[in-house]
Design a protein around this ligand. Structure first.
Ligand SMILES: [Zn+2]
Length: 531
């Protein structure tokens, strides 16, 4: 009865693990190891010294393991994971050592035979009086001993490279007889074995998640709140985005500390919320969607609705659909990055999209809110920074694709991805702050919707509209000279754009994309050569 109860507990503990089977947890070896460990330490609660499988499992568990949700059973699974990995490494290492030693020994013997053969050849040329010393079957070696005569020359001595090749092929042949789990580091429950630190399952991912959280908190309490002018209409959107992201990085910290069903879902759903929030921010900024307008509300509803549908879809399945989740996140991220890429390379496409959106909007009574939108043209420096940031945004997720066993059982591809997002988010938020300040200063797009052309905050709006003189405080802002913007504002009005065929626009986008790729590659090449 006691054992059947324990079995139920073990099954329940298993069910809270990530329900993704891998080579490791499917193996008989793992099941036997865990069973043995559980019988010894969880069921009978024997002292750890009686454990017959050499796994040290303290029972009861230390407080930090209990605090992080470990049970005796999951602790056994953790130790078995590392035990099997250690054994595989040792087995491969032993095979390599054995074969290397054998080849080295063979080589030493071959070298000795070669020397003996050379001595024998010299001996053969000597007179008969010397040959009588050791008889017909032996000859006198240089050490003064009689050694047997060799009937044929020794095989040629292997060179270093040939010996290395021989070792490699013999090791490969020996390893081919072993199963994967016996010779390689394999995944368990969809994860590579990682060393636990104070109960944290993936300590490096936890560390990088906390650093990402700090970047978000910095944005909430300083970057977005202090440096973005209050008159920038999307300030609250930017702050909300950072708040959602801070929840997501908290979820990531918790999830990488302990992977159970609810932490996993919390992490996945909040990550999707951040992506959606980022897309919403991009749409608001690039299409000049002002809070309070119908377009803003409907875009917000569409984004929240899409996220809710995504969450519901994942919740309705007992097992998380990882493939779908990945595809959905990559799609939203791709659209987000493409929008910003268009902003850097072809802002007129976005301006035209906004004009079309407004002209087809049937909501009336607030036309003044949609009317002439400011230009999307950025200053030269901002545009250059945006190009680099978008390139990094496209490249960073590729880190996830390099799925390799963790270096030192600590640093895996996922933790590197979380590491990459720290500077990326920091510089991205810095860019958004600069962009918001530039937007208020050069376009006059501010939160007072009834006063598009009326200066209400001299310090913030002095550069807007027709004003050409800058106050002293404004000259302190790290922004480019307004001449470029002024020139582009007149060139890019949303109303006087001629309709172009779709293919021509697509061709333009493709051309700009190629040019941008080439430009980025040249910059990267320059950076690599000069570094
Ligand atoms: Zn993560």
């Amino acid at each position: 009865m006691k054992r059947s109860f324990a079995a139920v507990v073990a099954i329940a503990a298993l069910s809270v693990q990530r329900a993704l089977a891998s080579v490791g947890d499917r193996s008989v070896k793992f099941h036997l190891c865990r069973q043995s460990c559980e019988i010894d330490t969880c069921w009978d609660h024997r002292p750890k010294s009686l454990s017959d499988d050499t796994i040290v499992v303290p029972d009861p568990l230390p407080w930090y393991l209990i605090m992080t949700g470990w049970s005796c059973e999951s602790n056994c699974a953790y130790h078995c994971t590392h035990r099997i990995t250690n054994e595989a490494k040792k087995r491969v290492s032993d095979i390599q050592t054995k074969i290397t030693d054998g080849v080295v020994r063979e080589r030493a013997e071959a070298k000795m035979l070669k020397e003996r053969w050379a001595e024998q050849l010299v001996w053969d040329k000597k007179g008969d009086e010397f040959k009588e010393l050791c008889g017909d079957t032996h000859f006198l070696s240089s050490t003064g001993d009689c050694v047997p005569l060799m009937t044929e020359p020794p095989p040629p001595l292997l060179t270093e490279a040939e010996a290395r090749r021989k070792i490699d092929s013999m090791v490969a042949q020996e390893l081919s007889y072993l199963s994967v789990i016996d010779k390689q580091t394999v995944q368990f429950f969809g994860k590579w074995p990682q060393l636990r630190l104070l109960g944290m399952q993936e300590p490096m991912s936890v560390l990088f998640s906390i650093l990402n959280l700090l970047v978000q908190l910095h944005a909430i309490f300083h970057g977005f709140s202090d440096l973005i002018p209050d008159t920038f209409p999307l300030k609250s959107v930017y702050l909300w985005h950072a708040k959602i992201a801070s929840v997501a990085w908290t979820a990531s910290t918790v999830f990488h500390t302990r992977d159970v069903w609810w932490t996993e879902r919390w992490d996945y759903f909040s990550a999707a919320a951040v992506l959606m929030s980022g897309l919403f921010l991009a749409l608001c900024r690039l299409l000049y969607l002002r809070p309070g307008t119908h377009l803003f509300r409907h875009t917000l509803m569409a984004c929240v609705g899409a996220w809710a549908v995504h969450v519901l879809y994942l919740l309705l399945h007992r097992r998380l659909d990882y493939t779908y989740n990945m595809a959905a996140c990559l799609t939203v991220g791709f659209v987000h990055n493409t929008l910003w890429l268009l902003c850097a390379l072809m802002p007129h496409v976005l301006e035209r999209a906004r004009a079309l959106l407004v002209s087809r909007t049937r909501w009336s009574g607030s036309k003044d809110l949609y009317g002439a939108a400011p230009s999307l043209a950025l200053s030269g420096l901002q545009r250059q920074h945006l190009e680099m940031l978008v390139a990094a945004m496209f490249l960073a997720p590729a880190l996830e694709l390099f799925d390799f066993p963790p270096i030192l059982r600590l640093i895996d591809a996922h933790s590197l991805w979380h590491c990459a997002t720290i500077p990326l988010t920091f510089f991205w938020y810095q860019w958004l702050v600069n962009d918001a300040r530039e937007c208020v200063r050069t376009t006059g797009w501010h939160s007072d919707r009834h006063a598009e052309r009326v200066v209400t905050d001299v310090d913030e709006l002095a550069g807007a509209g027709t004003s050409t003189s800058l106050p002293a405080a404004l000259s302190m802002l790290p922004l480019a000279a307004p001449e470029a913007e002024a020139a582009s504002v007149s060139a890019a009005s949303s109303t006087d754009m001629s309709l172009q065929p779709l293919w021509a626009q697509a061709h333009q986008v493709w051309g700009a994309l190629c040019e941008w790729t080439w430009h980025t590659m040249r910059i990267l090449r320059g950076m690599i050569i000069t570094s």
